[in-house]
Design a protein around this ligand. Sequence first.
Ligand code: G6P
Length: 369
Amino acid sequence: VMAERGGYKHFMLKEIHEQPDVVEATLRGRVDLVNGDVHATEIGVSPELAREIRRVYITACGTSHHAGIAGRYWIEQLARVPTVVELASEVRYRDPIFYPDDLVIAISQSGETADTIAALKAAKAQGAKVLALCNVVDSAIPRASDGALYTHAGPEIGVASTKCFTTQLAALLMLAVYLGRRRGTLDEGRARETLQALWEIPNQMRDVLGDADYVHAIAKKMTHAKDVLFLGRGLGFPIALEGALKLKEISYAHAEGYAAGEMKHGPIALIDETLPVVVICPRDAHFDKTVSNLEEVRAREGQVIAIATKGDEQILEKSQYQVWLPKVRDEVLPLLTVLPLQLIAYYVAHLKGNDVDQPRNLAKTVTVE
Ligand code: G6P
């Protein structure tokens, strides 16, 4: 059994460490660095459709839904198409409105999630075009869709999704660049720089994952926490949600992901010296704002674990624990910021003696409502 897990103790840990390779596999043959573009034949959306759509409507569940939120930010920024993200379980019961010039993106690792299938059927019934973003080839969701964009993560066994998430991110960023180039909202220079940064991500992921021991030490301090708060802004927000989901799925601690700017509307009431707060605060466009949230946590004695950019003196001074990431373009940050959060969840669960690969009450694929 150890051999199946490639020498790792659990499938989840193996899958975390596979991420550089599978992200590379998802990009390979699709990214065109010479022209600053993405090959049309590889993306599941024709150039005509890319130009005609007036809205992108992303629907998914769980971890795939979090990838969708990052996808929204990218598609709006780079392709300037209004984009919404909806939980599939809500869409199906809400009498939703779709238009024939909507591009609906159904994101699903398994391609078999019942709620996501129901949401995409509602969209199709109203004439919208559907793109499946899936990992399992020829599963129900791609079969029911107009086009498919596959992630190449390979089989994912751990119930808590890791490598499928980062490949979904890579695919969504490629798609945003592709749409932006077709629609003329993204010039070749910025497209090339973004794709170049994405291309370099697998190696940077290798570096970050190489620091796993340090994250283990931080996780040790968090083992007995009953509640953990995750804060992020912009592309850090879906990662805060995902960090909290990972932790609750396998460690059974209560965890909440929050948009950093929303802290004052509720979670700030929870902060005291017992509360670990993971703040995603790399040197991106939102840095100053997020640091002021971090200071608010410190002022109330919260324990700050900062996910930050290497060499950031300000963060070193203001937080108790730090995980350092290399400096990268803002667009590709989520592919790095999520890695320490996956590791924290893994180590906390393992230190508690939980069954990491088969957490209680959860299923890998939910084919019932
Ligand atoms: C289950 C899994 C999660 C997954 C979610 C959506 O809850 O435990 O890891 O994110 O389903 O699954 P999908 O296959 O549609 O991405």
